[in-house]
Design a protein around this ligand. Structure first.
Ligand code: ADE
Length: 476
């Protein structure tokens, strides 16, 4: 992360951020700090940077040109237009979601005002974000910039040691930290809570979570309003969708819940969601549509519950799947505020979607999750605009020819039990073609490798046409 601070007091920035963790981070090169003196860009022979305000009134105004030239020097140096944050009590309140969002940038420019402010015209020209660190007025933007740099740097990889980073996401779920204790066990008659001495890590974790919730309710009830329970409900016969759903859920909450819709018994259970839930509904794309599973999301019931639809596909296309999912979930009481189409390994080719979602995808997931978090915190449930036909003609899927080798089969019945649509007769081992969705889960789960399929034809077609890497698409 490279910080560039446009200021009249560069030494204040350098000194303020030169010691402790941020000093160390600068030495190790994890962050760089460039304090640019706006005065160096004055055109005035006395190096003046301020003047009287047009229309009269008290105080002086920082002139546009020196600020602009200082900014241009940074832009030239880094070779692209960066995000430029103007520190002002008129800006959006700085919070943890903004911290994490800004931490994803490579360069950040902070513009610090003094006197009565900066000529509006240069702000209009260069500023991308107006940020306030609290509802009070400071003498200048420098302290605010330093506060932001400190908080953002904690999210730059390698800035915190592993010990420090273990506790680093206490605010991610809009919860306050639990209380901490150290030796002695009894201090002036006050004992450490019993549970912490028990050595039972599960119990300790549960107690800490309880304390966090109780504390947040008592001390910061406003944060409770921003809290959402994240549940990912996924249909994932070969586990690609599951992995993508888990990655996204992990970006949205430290403690997500899961509903495994791949299992018939789980699909039959009714689950109700409220307005402080967030549902991630995830399914793979089969032939450009939702798999033909009767009532896939039917027992999930929302009450104006925000929802993200995820259509995971093997690098060909998701076509109508997102729109189809959104239609179904909207009928079930959800508001689809977002959609995402990640790439996962293709079931018919080991060359398509291999290793996806990967590190690059993870970054896109994170950016998307941060936008969703912001929307939830703002209670902005505007439905997402999702591409595709919400009611496409059902496409009959032929699927690749499947084989069962009776000499290998041990009749363990795993395939029949795990078939997501109950298409395998546990006695005869026959597959009912009218029910089969060609998900190939049977071949994947068979411990004796008695089940297989021949995807050579479709594989050749896919690899001939869809090898170019597709990128994750997100919709809000
Ligand atoms: N400059 C002056 N007051 C400020 C505040 N509260 N936040 C950010 N920048 C400021």
């Amino acid at each position: 992360m490279n910080y560039h601070v446009l200021t009249l007091f560069p030494e204040m920035i350098e000194q303020g951020l030169g010691t402790s963790i941020l000093g160390r981070a600068q030495k190790s090169g994890r962050i760089t700090l460039d304090a640019v003196n706006i005065r160096d860009y004055s055109e005035d022979k006395h190096m003046r940077v301020d003047d009287y305000p047009y229309g009269g009134g008290a105080g002086m105004v920082m002139q546009a040109e020196p600020v602009y030239r200082a900014y241009q020097a940074v832009e030239q140096k880094i070779g692209h237009k960066p995000r430029v944050i103007y520190l002002t009590p008129q800006g959006r309140l700085f919070d943890q979601t903004m911290v994490e969002e800004l931490a994803m940038e490579e360069d950040l420019v902070f513009l610090c005002g003094h006197y009565e402010g900066i000529d509006e015209r240069v702000l209009e020209e260069v500023v991308t974000d107006y940020v306030s660190i609290g509802d009070y007025v400071l003498t200048g933007g420098e302290l605010a910039a330093m506060v932001m740099i400190d908080a953002i740097s904690r999210f730059v990889p390698g800035v915190l040691g592993s010990e420090e980073s273990a506790q680093f996401e206490s605010l991610q779920d809009n919860l306050l930290e639990y209380p901490h204790y150290s030796r002695p066990e009894i201090w002036r008659g006050r004992a450490v809570p019993e549970v912490l001495l028990s050595g039972d890590h599960k119990k300790i974790e549960a107690w800490r979570r309880e304390q966090s919730v109780a504390r947040t309710k008592e001390r910061r009830p406003d944060l409770m309003e921003k809290q959402y329970t994240v549940t990912a409900a996924y249909f994932s016969p070969t586990e690609g969708t599951k992995r993508a759903a888990e990655m996204l859920a992990g970006e949205l909450s430290q403690t997500p819940k899961y509903i495994e819709l791949t299992r018939r018994r789980i699909r039959r259970q009714h689950v109700k969601f409220g307005s402080h839930d967030l549902l991630i509904a995830a399914a793979p794309v089969y032939g450009g549509q939702l798999p033909g599973v009767e009532g896939l999301f039917e027992n999930l019931h929302g009450e104006n519950t925000p929802c993200i639809v995820m259509a995971a596909y093997g690098n060909r296309h998701y076509d109508d799947t997102l729109a189809q999912m959104a239609k179904i979930l909207t009928q079930q009481g959800f508001i689809c505020i977002g959609g995402i189409a990640p790439i996962i390994p293709h079931i018919y080719s080991d060359k398509l979607g291999t290793g996806r979602p990967d590190g690059e995808d993870a970054k896109i997931f994170r950016q998307f999750a941060l936008k969703i978090r912001r929307r939830l915190e703002d209670h902005d449930f505007t439905p997402a605009e999702l591409p595709g036909n919400p009611s496409p003609e059902p496409k009959p899927m032929k699927g690749a020819p499947k084989f069962w080798d009776g000499t290998k089969c041990t009749h363990c019945q795993t395939c029949a039990l795990k078939c997501p649509v109950g298409a395998i007769d546990a006695d005869t081992m026959q597959i009912r073609e009218d029910l089969c969705i060609h998900c190939m889960r049977c071949a994947k789960v068979c411990p004796a490798e008695a089940r297989s399929y021949d995807a050579s034809q479709v594989k050749a077609y896919l690899e001939g046409n869809y090898m170019a890497r597709r990128e994750v698409e997100c919709f809000l």
